[in-house]
Design a protein around this ligand. Sequence first.
Ligand code: AMP
Ligand code: GLY
Length: 423
Amino acid sequence: MKIIVVGSGGREHAIIKKLKKSSEIEKIYALPGNGGIAADAECVNVGAKDISGIVEFAKANDIGFAVVAPDDPLVLGCVDALEEAGVPCFGPSAAAAQIEGSKVFSKNLMKKYGIPTAAYEVFESIETAMEYVKTAAYPLVIKADGLALGKGVLICEKYEDAVSALGEIMEDKIFGASGNRVVIEEFLEGPEVSVLSFTDGKTVVPMISSMDHKRAGDNDTGLNTGGMGTVAPNPCYTDAVAKECMEKIFLPTMNAMNAEGRTFKGCLYFGLMITKDGPKVIEYNCRFGDPETQVVLPLLETDLFEIMKAVRYETLGELDVKFSNKHACCVIMASNGYPSKYETGFELTLPASPKHNAEIFVAGAKLKDGTLVTGGGRVLGVTAISDTLEDAVKKSYEASADVKFENAYMRHDIGRRALTYVK
Ligand code: AMP
Ligand code: GLY
């Protein structure tokens, strides 16, 4: 079968590398992919948000299945359009993708169905929001309603911070129309856990848990980024926490989406905080996380394509989805200056066979006259697997030392905090 994978990041590279192992797949097209993905799939110059271009390509090329990975095309209805054209997809409909596309929608869903999350209020006008923050308890968290490249969340320590955050989001519109409404919520504390899950609307199968490192600098300092590294499993996610999450969060969310007539099929990502009052939802994503996918999928033992088809055809309950009991660490190598200003276009040298059997997932690179050059903020991720978290961390750093490009930047403490939770 010929399939397409929509998207162009390290997450898509990890999905493609895993799908390549499926005997049923004869060819993978990446729309648009990137210079590194080109080693594993045929990259086609159709943008991830070009829904009609994606459908046209699928129809013209006898595509038997599509995986839509990023949030934008999902929220824009890429799956709906492909399915209408007769192409079976892995990924939620636009109606279901609202769980990520609108924070107001997801917060109201959680309130209505009693799913634990931070207490909140919704504001449609800056005046009422400004009034509210005068007497609210601090710290508090202000979130733009819509998609904002993972940057639409501002933590405010004091009243003055809230005033400037509201001005930026609702008046200056730094996140565009995503800031027409805001959610203002209670600040929660505790370790964060990412749990990606497969769901077909009948069954929810959590994948191995992971921990992201969102800030740019060591010791969680500096600006928020798309993610500077990940480890899996997350040692804070004990069996007891997992059981509580299944009962109070995962199943209730799946059932809530069904009750709303927005059955979610695809990868539903639970961003959780383990508070002293139990696990609470910080955010939902309607897709695989990046760079969580780069540690979760390498530990998956079941054929990914079998799972994706089972999700599409609603037979997930019949599958036994297995993960290895090893540990994975992914270190992101970025362009110096990311997530602010950075230069690209530097030659990128990847080892032919990375140390420790590490895998390299390319996120931002282009082919220029046949040479691979850097082309984004996050350039690539290096994932190593081992029997212990400590050794996986060590091996991913050792393997990343063989990746060379000018102006490379990485955090040096990926996994350090997780290790403090290992007994
Ligand atoms: P989000 O884009 O919703 O994942 O938020 C980005 C980050 O902001 C999260 O990973 C948390 O670290 C932090 N955050 C979001 N909401 C809260 C909250 N209610 N309390 C504390 N931290 C939060
Ligand atoms: N790593 C967080 C995300 O994918 O949203």
